[in-house]
Design a protein around this ligand. Structure first.
Ligand code: FAD
Length: 396
């Protein structure tokens, strides 16, 4: 009987893994993908929707190719529990599936209770995160569009690690760009729990000074601990309260809920430790975890680009193991993150990470990677090229 491979989550990690498990096994592996959403919506580029220059439909791709072209069985459902001892998963609909190999790429979970009052503020419709692309992304744009001229958009950033290090700073640019055109007396306040801008700092600060003078108020070492929905006030650990008209509060994050619930998050109870040669969880055999849920090696970001690469290393290792092939993996992963600073100009950061067998971790390759010299329209073209390529690679 053929081995059963079940993939949990059809995002950047899971969709890529499902497709590459089929490709690398010459279409012989039996692969089932479980994903609750009817189609894939990309977080990369979603800040442009928040800023109002793009629509969600431009970031949405169907899952059809994975089933029709690649022979993956797709079940639109979510995994309610994983019984690692029995090697089964239970779906929300009640169905149970058996697996020989399980690939888990459920993204992140928001630790809503880490900010007092945030659960209630979300319930009251005062705050939302829009850190998973979809309806919230559109709702956040609507909040920005209905801000009074002279109003304040407050964006808070949790201490790293969190999903997409440059993402919040890109969001600040997109919101400021919208406000500059439509409500020019308004302001963006960034409350950052970190010591300084965690990615592309020099580039973002230059753009803020040159393109949005007096509009973006960046406050490092400002750790948000509470929110009062009634008065739209943000409470900080050390500094005075901050009031705003739109509050985009990003709390601390952890591995996706299903990974935590299954006991896979063995790094501080938040992230999943994996063997970087095959992305197998160190807590459970035959469960491979990808993407934002893992404890990354130093200097590796939680990005879609990285999740796509984890998936390929894991797929190759799984196919080799199930086929009885001897392989000697020496993975090298790359990452590029583009950020739009207005609707046209972009900055990037790139890095190369090589597996180091002696230390069993990834190390950045000396002299590799780098940063844009400055924001440019040409990089805007590259950024859309990157997006279309990775969508085609994961879902095409
Ligand atoms: P996801 O892509 O989030 O996929 C997780 C999937 O699992 C989801 O489809 C979810 O529905 C599903 N799922 C969850 N739980 C279950 C369950 N129990 N059962 C079944 N399915 C489940 N990265 C870049 O590389 N470049 C960028 O420019 C970039 N920009 C970004 C901008 C923003 C605003 C944000 C928020 C993120 C950005 N990222 C970017 C980061 C990128 O989106 C993530 O790193 C990437 O999505 C991680 O992939 P993943 O597979 O871990 O999770």
């Amino acid at each position: 009987q053929k081995a059963e491979i079940v993939v949990v989550g059809g995002g950047y990690g899971g969709a890529t893994a499902a497709k590459y498990l089929r490709l690398l096994s010459n279409n012989t592996a039996r692969v089932t993908l479980i994903e609750p959403n009817a189609s894939f919506i990309s977080c990369p580029m979603s800040n442009l929707v928040v800023g109002g220059s793009r629509t969600l439909s431009e970031l949405t791709s169907p899952y059809d190719n994975l089933s029709k072209r690649h022979g993956i069985k797709i079940i639109q459902d979510s995994v309610a529990s994983i019984e690692a001892d029995q090697k089964t998963v239970k779906l929300a609909s009640g169905k149970t599936l058996r697996y020989d190999k399980l690939v888990v790429s459920p993204g992140i979970s928001m630790l809503m209770n880490s900010v007092e009052g945030l659960v209630q503020a979300n319930k009251d419709g005062i705050t939302l995160q829009a850190w998973k692309a979809g309806a919230e992304t559109v709702a956040l744009h609507k909040q920005v569009a209905s801000m009074p001229d002279g109003g304040t958009f407050v964006l808070s950033i949790p201490e790293a690690p969190y999903r997409c290090p440059p993402g919040p700073y890109e969001r600040a640019c997109q919101v400021a760009n919208y406000l500059k055109q439509h409500k020019s007396k308004s302001k963006v306040i960034i409350l950052d729990a970190n010591q300084d801008v965690t990615s592309k700092g020099g580039l973002f600060k230059k753009v803020w000074a040159e393109q949005y003078p007096g509009m973006i108020d960046y406050r490092p070492k400002h750790n948000v601990v509470g929110v009062d929905a009634k008065t739209k006030t943000v409470k900080l650990e050390v500094q005075d309260d901050v009031k705003g008209d739109v509050l985009n509060i990003l709390p601390a994050m952890s591995a996706g809920e299903i990974a935590v619930k299954t006991g896979l998050a063995n790094s501080n109870g938040r992230w999943v430790n994996v063997n970087y040669l095959n992305f197998e969880s160190t807590a459970r055999k035959d469960i491979h975890v990808l993407g934002d849920s893992i404890q990354v090696a130093p200097l590796m970001p939680k990005s879609g680009h990285m999740a796509n690469q984890h998936a390929k290393v894991a797929a190759a290792a799984i196919v080799a193991e199930l086929s009885g092939w001897e392989i000697n993996p020496a993975p090298v992963l790359t990452n590029t993150c583009y950020s739009f600073v207005n609707t046209r100009d972009v900055v990037h950061v790139a890095s190369v990470h090589q597996y180091n067998a002696a230390e069993k971790t990834f190390k950045t390759v000396p002299g590799s990677g780098g940063l844009s010299p400055e924001a440019s329209a040409l990089e805007g073209v590259y950024a859309w090229g990157w997006a279309r390529n990775i969508w085609a690679d994961s879902l095409g």
